[in-house]
Design a protein. Sequence first.
Length: 246
Amino acid sequence: MKDLIATAARILHHARHPIFLSGAGISAESGIPTFRGSEGLWKNYRAEELATPEAFARDPHLVWQWYNWRKERIAQCKPNPAHYAAAELKKLLPELLCVTQNVDGFHALAGLSEVLEMHGNIYRTRCLSCKTVTENRTEITPTTPCPACGKVPLRPDVVWFGEILPRQVMDVIYARLQIADAILVVGTSGTVYPAAGFAVEVRRRRGTVIEINTDAAHRPYADDIYLHGKAGEILPAIVDELRRLS
Ligand code: BJW
């Protein structure tokens, strides 16, 4: 493992256009359940059944209950060593394009500047009528009025299944994917597109794929370097190696 970590650090050190992509696994050590782990169920619903515009249209109360529960859970947790290591990584590798699928805001909280939150942020709401996006940390219900126009309902400002991802964010990511020579993928099952396609694209263009994941059986990208273990232990070790190289 030590050799693999050193190799990963060397590759990142020499990469000219590297990408960092994180998923729910990076926040697992903070106490936030992943989507597809054993703790990922909420009241016997899977994410695929709640994170859709159809679910919200059918039962906005249920969907808001889920988001309120998650907001409360996130508020009780804090960033872990993996989030802080990601922030250090960006300082050591200014060219690193940092992308997260997570909506918990922990990367920013840990000091990672310029992180693209491709699936939105759980602490923002969007008005279905006037589309105003507002930061909101309180409990929301389908009858909570929009602070801008007073209409209901508000929805979470996140990306659900079947929805298009934010254009400005995706333009930046796709531009980088054209030239990326390395990608570090941390704590994602690689089951949800388009994020699941990023490493595949980097590999197709002969870039190097480095992955950190706790699931030994899970190798969706045929990675060049697979670092089996916890992000909170492996990412700080990569940062230590990078400091030696810098
Ligand atoms: C650790 C760890 C530790 C644990 N250390 N590791 C192409 C093919 C097929 C389907 C599609 C396709 N393109 C689009 C689709 C449809 C769909 C899709 O992908 N479906 C799949 C299920 C097949 N995608 C979409 O609809 C997307 N929209 C889109 O593409 O628009 C255009 C389009 C639409 C329709 C058709 C075609 C094109 C939108 C996707 C939005 C996903 N939204 C969610 C909810 C966000 C808001 C919220 O949080 O509530 O995003 S779903 C959920 O999954 C969330 C996550 O970001 C996302 C990914 O989950 P993630 O992060 O990978 O978590 P887990 O739990 O799956 O994995 C955790 C991993 O961590 C595990 O591997 C653990 O082992 C590991 N781990 N502890 C390291 N300590």
